[in-house]
Design a protein around this ligand. Structure first.
Ligand code: HEC
Ligand code: HEC
Length: 200
């Protein structure tokens, strides 16, 4: 009899503790949705710290010339956009840029190397303006929010920014200020929460 009582007692304890664990889980679940982020920690802030970095903006310039380096100077060798962002006929980007970085010559590389269309220019724009145009299918190549999430987290030219190689002098290029995994997480969180663009 005593043994049985202990058994029931144990079962009862187990049941209550699982109810408690469950209650805790749901509580933290709702908590997550109402979290107030500090400036600099919100998913949007993190994402935009990357998008406004020169590793992205050098290839999303206004005007017709790519930018280079940490000081974003105009691209050497009279390189221009051309009709489709791949340079001029006979003098395209892949005359020099290949699918991977060349750390001997300092020419960066990744698949599909080309200049972002002028309609997707980010240079000189505020982070709010960049986000607005990026989410606008009329200005982002007809992409849905889901397409943008995939582009931002999977595209080779985007991910290149965290493997940027070395420049012509052999100095490593600076990476964006947010680690890749954290950035990917922030993009997903921001888009899944409705891609709300703050006022400033
Ligand atoms: C080597 C040049 C290059 C680099 C570097 C580059 N991009 Fe792009 N980007 C492009 C091109 C070209 C397109 C247009 C491709 C298309 O429409 O299919 C594009 C399009 C995009 C788009 C979709 C259209 C839009 O503007 O909404 C996003 C988003 C984007 N890039 C984000 C980034 C981010 C973030 C980085 C940096 C981490 C980056 N890109 C770095 C060349 C580049
Ligand atoms: C004649 C060779 C050549 C051609 C053609 C060329 N590039 Fe470059 N590009 C380079 C070299 C070399 C560098 C590296 C310079 C450095 O960082 O020291 C470079 C760097 C860049 C960078 C800088 C990356 C960064 O963030 O610092 C971008 C962006 C770029 N090129 C885009 C293009 C695009 C787009 C085209 C075609 C429209 C193009 N390039 C055509 C040789 C070339």
């Amino acid at each position: 009899m005593k043994k049985k009582a202990i058994k029931y007692f144990l079962i009862a304890t187990l049941l209550t503790s699982s109810v408690l664990v469950f209650a805790n889980l749901t509580e933290s679940g709702t908590q997550e949705n109402t979290t107030e982020y500090k400036v600099g920690e919100a998913p949007f802030d993190k994402m935009m710290e990357v998008l406004t970095h020169k590793r992205c903006v050098n290839c999303h310039p206004s005007g017709n010339v790519p930018r280079q380096g940490e000081d974003s100077h105009l691209h050497n060798f009279d390189v221009v956009r051309g009709e489709d962002g791949h340079g001029l006929a006979g003098y395209t980007c892949n005359t020099c840029h290949t699918d991977e970085n060349n750390d001997y010559s300092g020419v960066p590389g990744a698949p599909h190397w080309a200049l972002a269309p002028e309609i997707m220019a980010w240079e000189g724009k505020t982070r709010v303006e960049i986000a607005q145009q990026m989410m606008d299918p009329k200005r982002n190549g007809g992409r849905s929010a889901h397409d943008i999430m995939e582009h931002l987290t999977e595209h080779e030219l985007v991910l290149w920014a965290w493997e940027p190689g070395v420049d012509a002098e052999g100095n490593p290029r600076e990476k964006p200020p947010v680690p890749k995994d954290e950035y990917i997480q922030a993009v997903k969180e921001w888009i899944e929460a409705g891609a709300v663009i703050p006022e400033e």
